[in-house]
Design a protein around this ligand. Structure first.
Ligand code: ADP
Ligand code: MG
Length: 145
């Protein structure tokens, strides 16, 4: 397991950490983003998308549950972005195909609020990233891979 913590001082820096992580992905990864509202999870997902070559703007998928973005490239052909904040039952995500995406080696799945859907990622290999607010306004980003 690799653990590292980074401090970022601006949204652009948070995005850049996501972009750097993207460069190390091969496809099939499940990335779990933990942290309070406003901690920087969606901004990080935007950086990941940029690093994967996605041109479309990544927006918070809170109202759509799950959003897919194509990269136009191989081996990683898409990023699947989930925000589980408002999900009440895992079934809601199963109905929109989450299980296939989690098994798809040509996809990178990025999940905000993964603690709301523990059953869906149980037993699967994941990259866990925890975001927290620092007193000075910056963010701590801790990655366990
Ligand atoms: P979440 O998805 O965790 O609820 P968002 O990514 O939507 O949070 O929003 C985080 C907010 O924090 C955004 O307004 C973003 O611009 C800001 N932000 C992200 N990283 C930093 C940072 N290092 N310093 C200051 N503000 C940041
Ligand atoms: Mg968010």
């Amino acid at each position: 397991m690799i653990s590292m913590e980074t401090i970022t001082r601006s949204p652009e820096e948070t995005m850049a950490v996501g972009e750097q992580l993207a460069a190390s992905l091969r496809g099939g990864e499940i990335i779990l983003l933990y942290g309070d509202l406003g901690a920087g999870k969606t901004v990080f997902a935007k950086g990941l998308a940029r690093g994967l070559g996605i041109k479309k703007e990544v927006v918070s998928p809170t109202f759509t549950l799950l959003q897919t973005y194509v990269t136009g490239k191989k081996p990683i052909e898409k990023m699947v972005h989930v925000d589980a904040y408002r999900i009440e039952k895992e079934e809601e995500l199963i109905l929109v195909g989450i299980e296939d995406y989690l098994e798809d080696s040509s996809a990178v799945c990025v999940i905000e609020w993964p603690e709301k859907i523990p059953g869906l990622t149980k037993g699967k290999k994941t990259i866990k990233i925890s975001f927290s607010h620092l007193k000075d306004g910056g963010r701590s980003i801790a990655i366990d891979a």
